[in-house]
Design a protein around this ligand. Structure first.
Ligand code: MN
Length: 245
């Protein structure tokens, strides 16, 4: 069997600074998870026009929407909160289109962190723009980068027993890392909420009835070395993507 081709979206934000010119930036761990699961990763440039994007989309067997900055709140009809940051217009455009297509065409996908938010907004949902200022008694969902380890267990997540997510991860309680200050507010009607943090923050969604159509708010790409249930997310994506590949 040919190895499935998994498109992974990228960012324009280069932490080395503007002296290096424009970049397609992607934390390697996302691609590493796909490789480890038996897939072939391909980075999706954020500035493709829709025709080019369609060519790429038609070739990939599955899609991984990666983490990143905040989505322009105009996409879901709200004014920008002062804490909303790192908006990338090109990336928003490309990912919102891809998220709609991937659901429409029933291709397998895994949406991580910003990815779950893109998915929700693409399908008509809204976001909490800043958890600390909008969710009463919220837990800590975001930590100081470079100080706290990327796989730090921030909070547990309770997964719905009847979800595809619980089936894939083979568990209903999981300890997750947490690197987000935004979250799903109103879930899109096509999405089923499948997991919550103890403070009520939505941590996972899926499109019911699909082989693999899952979004998670945490970062499994930093946890699969030590937690096999996290690797199973990548394996589930690659396996489902290979069915028609
Ligand atoms: Mn969290």
């Amino acid at each position: 069997m040919t190895k499935p081709l998994i498109g992974i979206t990228a960012s324009a934000i280069d932490h080395r600074g503007p002296a290096y010119g424009e970049v397609y930036a992607l934390t390697r761990q996302y691609a590493e998870g796909v490789v480890r699961a038996g897939g072939v990763p391909v980075i999706v440039p954020y500035n493709l026009d829709e025709d080019a994007l369609r060519v790429l989309f038609d070739r990939i067997d599955g899609l991984l929407l990666s983490g990143g900055g905040d989505i322009d709140p105009a996409s879901y009809g709200e004014p920008t909160h002062p804490a909303t940051s790192n908006i990338e217009a090109d990336r928003d455009r490309v990912e919102l289109v891809l998220a709609r297509w991937v659901v429409e065409k029933e291709k397998p996908f895994l949406a991580i962190c910003r990815g779950i938010q893109v998915l929700n907004v693409a399908l008509g949902g809204t976001l909490v723009q800043d958890i600390p200022s909008e969710v009463p008694d919220a837990l800590e969902h975001s930590f100081e980068r470079g100080i706290v380890e990327r796989d730090y267990h921030a909070h547990p997540v309770k997964i719905a027993a009847d979800s595809r997510l619980a089936q894939v991860m083979q568990t209903e309680i999981v300890q997750t890392n947490s690197w987000h200050h935004q979250a799903i507010k109103q879930a899109a009607s096509k999405l089923k909420v499948t997991a919550y943090a103890p403070d009520g923050v939505i941590e996972a969604v899926e499109v019911p009835g699909r082989r693999f159509a899952i979004g998670v708010q945490w970062h499994p790409e930093w946890m699969f070395e030590d937690q096999p249930e996290m690797l199973r997310l990548f394996e589930g994506l690659v396996e489902a993507s290979g069915v028609n590949g």
